[in-house]
Design a protein around this ligand. Structure first.
Ligand code: ADP
Ligand code: NA
Length: 330
């Protein structure tokens, strides 16, 4: 029996992924790849919707791919490729642009958020049409399942609307995907600002646990994580966001319920909690970091893996694009 097709991806917008990307995406992808025909993409076309440095982008793309593999995405079993290696993404995005309403695109809240800083005059049209490219990514692979964070729900709804509209206008051509919201319990917060999610673009460098940080750096950041002054280890995200974040991290990495982890620290101080979290994160990331560096040390082998995977992706994507081209009259 064939497994349902799954598509997901991340932008190569930093040279390392962080604990949030690991817990909120990679860990769950790794699990889902065993039950799905999984396609994982490094979405570098999306990364140029804001100004980029070309050499840096090239490097970040390779490093992101290497981290997917090092974290357990199996390039033999799943399809793991770089978006710009498969031309059909840009081509399908163009066709979808022509069936998207301007008003419909204008309602996407992520553009409003992302362009708020620069102002809409400075933002690129590429940033504006980003959700349409994302729809193309998903629809090219006939994905049945798209696991994303809650913040991406609106884009997946747009993808579903575009697929259904295309089908009603041109005949049954595209698969309408299901949204699958990733476990909210896997959300990780910034260690210095536990009210905000850990993000590649976070403001405090000490608040982000990078997958490629060394043991010492990870430990130091965790030991200086912001907590509170009441001294009781208790899970209460509202009143005790710092301590709760540390408990969540431990729960996720040990695969245990947070309530159970909490009882381990009955009567203990924050120092004990931080020590346990530091040990867990260091142990988790050490082999991943080593494997990533090994992959990056052998560029020919990484290129070979990415080329084979891009070939597999292209076969699926080109067949979909052919159907779309036939349907619209090309
Ligand atoms: P970033 O904010 O670091 O740029 P992205 O928005 O590119 O992260 O998200 C990439 C993937 O990682 C998404 O699947 C997202 O849900 C997940 N993710 C990002 N940050 C976190 C976090 N702090 N906690 C849990 N998951 C996260
Ligand atoms: Na982001």
């Amino acid at each position: 029996m064939s497994r349902p097709r799954l598509f997901s991806g991340m932008q190569p917008s930093a040279s390392s992924l962080h604990l949030g990307n690991y817990a909120g995406a990679l860990l769950q992808w790794r699990e889902m790849q065993t039950t799905h025909d999984a396609v994982f993409c490094v979405v570098d076309l999306h990364a140029i919707t804001v100004p980029q440095d070309p050499a840096e982008l090239r490097e970040r793309t390779r490093r992101t791919a290497a981290q997917y593999i090092a974290a357990g995405i199996d390039p033999e079993h799943s399809t793991l490729f770089v978006q710009s290696h498969v031309r059909a993404h840009a081509e399908l995005a163009w066709v979808l642009n022509t069936i998207t309403g301007f008003g419909e695109a204008s309602r996407m809240t992520q553009f409003k958020d992302k362009s708020a800083r620069s102002g809409t005059d400075a933002a690129s049209v590429g940033l504006f049409t980003y959700p349409i490219l994302q729809a193309a990514d998903i629809l090219l692979y006939d994905a049945a399942v798209v696991p994303v964070g809650e913040d991406q729900r609106q884009h997946i709804e747009l993808t579903r609307d575009l697929a259904a509209r295309f089908n009603s206008r041109f005949g049954d051509t595209l698969v309408v995907p299901e949204v699958r919201i990733l476990k909210e319990t896997a959300k990780i917060y910034d260690l210095q600002n536990p009210g905000s999610k850990m993000s590649k673009s976070g403001e405090s460098p000490a608040g982000i646990l990078w997958m490629l940080d060394d043991d010492k750096a990870l430990t130091k950041k965790i030991k200086s994580a912001v907590t509170d002054s009441d001294g009781v280890v208790r899970y209460d995200p509202e009143l005790k966001p710092g301590v709760s974040n540390l408990l969540s991290i431990l729960a996720i990495l040990s695969g245990r319920p947070v309530a159970e982890v909490e009882t381990d620290f009955d009567g203990l101080q924050y120092g004990a909690l931080k020590g346990a979290v530091a040990e867990a994160v260091v142990e988790e990331f050490r082999p991943i970091r080593a494997r990533t560096l090994e992959l990056l040390d052998d560029p020919a082998e990484l290129d070979r893996l990415l080329a084979i995977n891009a070939g597999r992706a292209e076969e699926i994507a080109d067949a979909t694009l052919r159907r779309v081209y036939d349907a619209v009259g090309f």
